[in-house]
Ligand binder design. Structure first.
Ligand SMILES: Nc1ncnc2c1ncn2[C@@H]1O[C@H](COP(=O)(O)OP(=O)(O)OP(=O)(O)O)[C@@H](O)[C@H]1O
Ligand SMILES: [Mg+2]
Length: 236
């Protein structure tokens, strides 16, 4: 299977990269590094000469450029060359709420496939940060239907996708999403039982057809972005 490098050393070494044409879910708490993961993957995808689209629902692209600058990532050269495109849906959530009140409660709810309508025909990689913005008021059935359809359509278009889902979104939705996707990586902060120090750990929850680490991988966010520093402990 063809692989796309993520730019995150430990993951690329262990798995060879994300499976091409498949969807991988990134979950995690606020501040766990989901957006940095997404940006790092976007840049690395461009370095592999893949047409990449970053859909952002919470931050505008200026904030993402600023974040990239802290790591010396030259995002602008990729947007200038047309290899990377940002689609900003920031503020859409507010508009959806307004529209629901005044127009039609059902019509706009969580229609994830509409994300895909704006994508250029030749898109090869998509980062969707964060789909949790569009889940309010959905029932679990609706969420499952729409999420499955999104994953299906991405696959039909042979797009390698990273879908970010924050953990403020219900646990039930997180579990539903987990089943639909080809791979899933969870980012966490926790206290190291031995040192008592808080640390960031990453769990490759699943990755079909891929050798995956069974250990938690400890990572840092440093000048390089996300940097795996060890896969020290067993999961349980
Ligand atoms: N240049 C940097 N060096 C070190 N750490 C950084 C740097 N830039 C950001 N961080 C850390 O990364 C965290 C933010 O990561 P990121 O925005 O990717 O999180 P997130 O999971 O997307 O959060 P949210 O759910 O709020 O969107 C910051 O809170 C900060 O701790
Ligand atoms: Mg984020």
């Amino acid at each position: 299977m063809e692989r796309i490098k993520t730019g995150i050393n430990g993951i690329d070494q262990f798995t060879g990269g994300l499976p091409r044409g498949k969807t991988v879910l990134i979950t995690g708490d606020a501040g766990s590094g989901k957006t940095i993961f997404g940006l790092q993957f976007a840049i690395t995808s461009c370095q592999q000469n893949l047409k990449t689209v970053y859909i952002t629902t919470e931050e505008d692209s200026k904030d993402l450029f600023t974040q990239g600058e802290t790591f010396n990532w030259d995002i602008k050269s990729f947007t200038d060359s047309g290899l990377l495109q940002f689609i900003e849906l920031a503020g859409v959530r507010a508009r959806v709420t307004e529209a629901e009140i005044s127009i039609d409660v059902g019509a706009m709810k969580g229609n994830f496939s509409k994300f895909l309508r704006d994508l250029p025909e030749d898109t090869e990689t998509v980062i969707l940060d964060n789909i949790g913005s569009f889940t309010a008021k959905l029932t679990p059935y609706e969420f499952r239907d729409r999420f499955d359809l999104l994953v299906y359509e991405l696959k039909e278009r042979n797009i390698t996708a990273l879908i970010i889902l924050d953990s403020a979104t219900s646990k039930e939705f997180n579990e539903i999403a987990l089943f639909s996707v080809y791979g899933a990586i969870s980012l966490m902060k926790r206290e190291n039982p031995y040192t008592g120090r808080r640390e960031r750990v990453m769990d490759v929850v699943k990755m079909r057809s891929t050798k995956t680490p069974t250990q938690f991988m400890t990572y840092e966010i440093n000048n390089n972005g996300i940097d795996i520093i060890s896969g020290v402990e067993s999961k349980e």
